[in-house]
Design a protein around this ligand. Structure first.
Ligand code: PMP
Ligand code: GLN
Length: 389
């Protein structure tokens, strides 16, 4: 089909729900990195070996009788362990049977939460720069994404948030620790949100906390610990991020029973149940893994990466959490960030993610995101290249 014909077909025959959405920036940049043999610090995934203990558990389990459907909401032993971990980490007692749902990664958790509650015309507040799956999930539900920019230092701007609320606001999505910027919310931020939302009891919160175990400057504050908000909050977590197995695509949602009951209805017809092998392996692995090690390991990598490029012409932005470091390249180029990121791959052999793609209006402040969830050798090799620019 010719391009014009295709556009006509999509708009008027198929009536695409996502006419303006193209291939995700993560796929685009990873593919470009592969084509040019560049070091890939773009898409967020670790390149170091998996924990030997997880591999041993997996090897043993693959030959055991665990290959049929698990119950719809998840493997009971895994649900139990998540409940224990939530109690240990956040002091929140969640009901194993009614308040936890295993999802095919946080992506499916986010999509399920949004598509369960957002109806035609409902508005959903999304804070920009924002993770790329929120807006399409809202659009598929027939809702209207309302994009609200963070401050220039990527902290939340509560005046903007409050002014964006309308009678149609159904949900606000809050990603903390924040991808792509690496900032985290403070106690004051939560108090400000609580003050605003007290006036709007109908607004639900979707807390995307996939980087909950990766914070440096202060401990992560979870919605699990906010009694004023928790009864209307859905929290998304990802074992892909917390256990360094992004390809396994296993995550979970926690929500009070009245919300979870509705989400399970959607979940059972979207996936029914998540793959059994990964659930069994993760369930066993949770007996031995120590989540407090995760932040320490990534803090060392963040510090290494920062030290290695501190004398380069890239300017480092604060990184309080996640495994992403944002840098400004004003001293190097006037190009827009998408073009500069491509130039960095093609001419200098390092792949990153341009931050403008996470804004509704493509705000370009000459910022790039580098993923430092990599071996020390990879970080050293990449920064050697960055230091020459
Ligand atoms: N939310 C954020 C903020 C992310 O960075 C990611 C990527 N890991 C996801 C959700 C999706 O997580 P998963 O890979 O478990 O689907
Ligand atoms: N969350 C990962 C990132 O931010 C990418 C996940 C994906 O490729 N969809 O890089």
């Amino acid at each position: 089909m010719k391009k014009l014909e295709r556009v006509y077909f999509l708009y008027f025959c198929v009536m695409s729900k996502l006419p303006n959405i193209t291939t995700s920036i993560f796929s685009v940049m990873s593919q470009l990195a592969n084509e040019h043999g560049a070091i890939n610090l773009s898409q967020g995934f670790p390149n170091f070996p998996e924990d030997e203990r997880l591999l041993q558990i997996s090897e043993r389990l693959i030959r055991s009788n665990i290959h049929q459907y698990t119950p719809m909401a998840g493997l009971p032993s895994l649900l139990e362990k998540i409940a224990n971990q939530t109690l240990k980490q956040y002091g929140r007692k969640v009901n194993t049977a009614s308040e936890i749902l295993i999802t095919a990664g946080a992506t499916q958790g986010v999509f399920t939460a949004i598509n369960t509650f957002v109806n035609q015309g409902d508005e959903v507040l999304i804070l920009d720069p924002s993770y790329d799956s929120y807006e399409p999930s809202v659009l598929v539900a027939g809702g209207k994404p309302v994009r609200v920019s963070l401050n220039d230092d990527y902290t939340p701007n509560f005046n903007r948030i409050e002014s964006a609320i309308s009678t149609k606001t159904k949900m606000i999505v809050i990603n903390n620790p924040h991808n792509p910027t690496g900032r985290i919310w403070t106690e004051q931020d939560f108090e400000a949100l609580e003050t605003i939302l007290e006036k709007h009891p109908q607004i639900l919160i979707l807390g995307d906390e996939v980087y909950e175990y990766i914070t440096f400057s202060q401990p992560h504050i979870s919605f699990n610990t906010r009694p004023k908000l928790v009864e209307r909050t859905i929290i998304a977590s990802s074992f892909g991020k917390s256990l360094h197995v992004t390809g396994w695509k296993v995550g979970y949602l926690i929500a009070p029973e009245h919300l979870m009951f509705e989400m399970k209805k959607v979940h059972q017809f979207l996936v029914f149940s998540v793959n059994s092998f990964s659930q069994h392996a993760i369930s066993e692995y949770l007996d031995v893994v120590d989540f407090s090690e995760v932040s320490k390991m990534y803090q060392r990598k963040r510090d290494l990466f920062q030290n290695l490029i501190k004398n380069s012409r890239f300017e480092l932005m604060p990184c309080d959490g996640t495994y992403f470091q944002v840098v400004n390249y004003n001293q190097i180029s006037n190009k827009n960030d998408v073009d500069f990121a491509k130039e960095l791959i093609v001419n200098h052999g390092v792949a990153s993610i341009p931050i403008s793609v996470f804004y509704n209006d493509a705000t370009d402040r000459h910022m790039l995101r580098f993923c430092f969830a990599k071996t020390d050798e990879t970080l050293i090799a990449a920064t050697e290249k960055l230091n020459q620019i």
